[in-house]
Design a protein around this ligand. Structure first.
Ligand code: AP5
Length: 221
C-alpha cells in the first residue's frame, strides 16, 4: 500500500495518517514532522535555521532539501511493504522528482475542508511534540486538559499555528494544489505507468466518520 495524503493545513492529514498507519502497518512519512525533528535535533544541519524561519512564516521549504529528505527516508527497510506520504509532494518539482526516483503511488487521498473550518481547527490544535500526537481543545480533547494521554507531558501549540501564518499557508496551498491536481489527473486520464487513483474525501465530518470513509476506499482499492 503506497499512499499520498494531501489536504490543506489543518484538514486532518496527520490525524487520519495515524489511523491508516496503524491499520495497514505502513510507516507515515510526514515531511512536517521530519522537518520539526531536524529543528529539535542537536545535529549540526546547515539548513536548520532556514527551515525554522520558513516554517515559522508558513513558507515552503526549498524543493531540493525536501526531496533529499524524503527519498532517503523511503530507502529505509520499513518502507518495503508500503508507505504513507503525508504532506509530500506539495509542488510539481517534488512530484516529478518522486516519479524520476521510481517511487510508485497506488492511491492519493485528498481531504477537503473549508478555510473557515481550517482556521478553527488550527487555532485549537495542541500537539505532543516528541511523539507528534495531535489533539484539539474542542474536537479531540486530551483526557486531562493540556496533557498528552500517554505520557502526561505538556501539550504545546505549534509556532506556525497563528491566524497570520495560517492565512499564508492556506494561500500557498490553494495555488500549489491546482497544479498538483492537474498533474495527477493527467496521469490518471492517460493511464501512464504507475498512475495513482485519486480520491477526494470530505474532511468536514467527525474524525471517526472521515476515518471510516478512508478505510472503505482503501479496502476497495
Ligand atoms: P505540516 O506539518 O505538513 O503542516 P500542514 O500541511 O500545514 O498540515 P498540518 O500538520 O497543519 O495539518 P493536518 O492536515 O495534518 O491536520 P491535523 O490532523 O493536525 O508542514 C509544516 C510546514 O513544513 C509547512 O508549512 C512547510 O513550511 C513545511 N513543509 C512540510 N512539507 C513540505 C513540503 N513537502 N515541501 C515544502 N515545505 C514543506 O488536524 C488539525 C486539527 O484539527 C487538530 O487539532 C485535529 O485534532 C483537528 N481535526 C482533525 N480532523 C478533524 C475532524 N474531522 N473534525 C474536527 N477536528 C479535526
Amino acid at each position: 500500500m503506497r499512499l499520498i495524503i494531501l489536504g490543506a493545513p489543518g484538514s486532518g492529514k496527520g490525524t487520519q495518517a495515524m489511523f491508516i498507519k496503524k491499520k495497514f502497518h505502513i510507516p507515515q512519512i510526514s515531511t512536517g514532522e521530519i522537518l520539526r525533528d531536524v529543528i529539535r535535533s542537536n545535529n549540526k544541519n546547515n539548513f536548520k535555521n532556514k527551515i525554522y524561519n520558513d516554517i515559522k512564516k508558513g513558507n515552503l521549504i526549498s524543493d531540493n532539501i525536501i526531496i533529499d529528505l524524503v527519498i532517503n527516508r523511503l530507502k529505509c527497510s520499513d518502507c518495503i511493504n508500503g508507505y504513507l506520504l503525508d504532506g509530500f509532494p506539495r509542488t510539481l518539482s517534488q512530484a516529478h522528482a518522486m516519479k524520476e526516483a521510481g517511487i510508485i503511488i497506488d492511491n492519493i487521498l485528498e481531504i477537503y475542508v473549508s478555510d473557515s473550518e481550517i482556521i478553527e481547527r488550527i487555532i485549537g490544535r495542541r500537539i505532543h511534540a516528541s511523539s507528534g500526537r495531535i489533539y484539539h481543545n474542542k474536537f479531540n480533547p486530551p483526557k486531562i486538559h493540556g496533557r498528552d494521554n500517554i505520557t502526561g507531558e505538556l501539550l504545546v501549540q505549534r509556532d506556525d499555528d497563528t491566524i497570520e501564518v495560517i492565512k499564508n499557508r492556506l494561500s500557498i496551498y490553494h495555488k500549489q494544489k491546482k497544479i498538483l491536481l492537474d498533474y495527477y489527473k493527467n496521469l490518471e486520464t492517460f493511464k501512464i505507468f504507475g498512475f495513482p487513483r485519486y480520491h477526494r474525501i470530505n474532511g468536514s465530518f467527525s474524525i471517526d466518520q472521515v476515518r471510516n470513509n478512508i478505510f472503505s476506499i482503501l479496502i476497495k482499492n
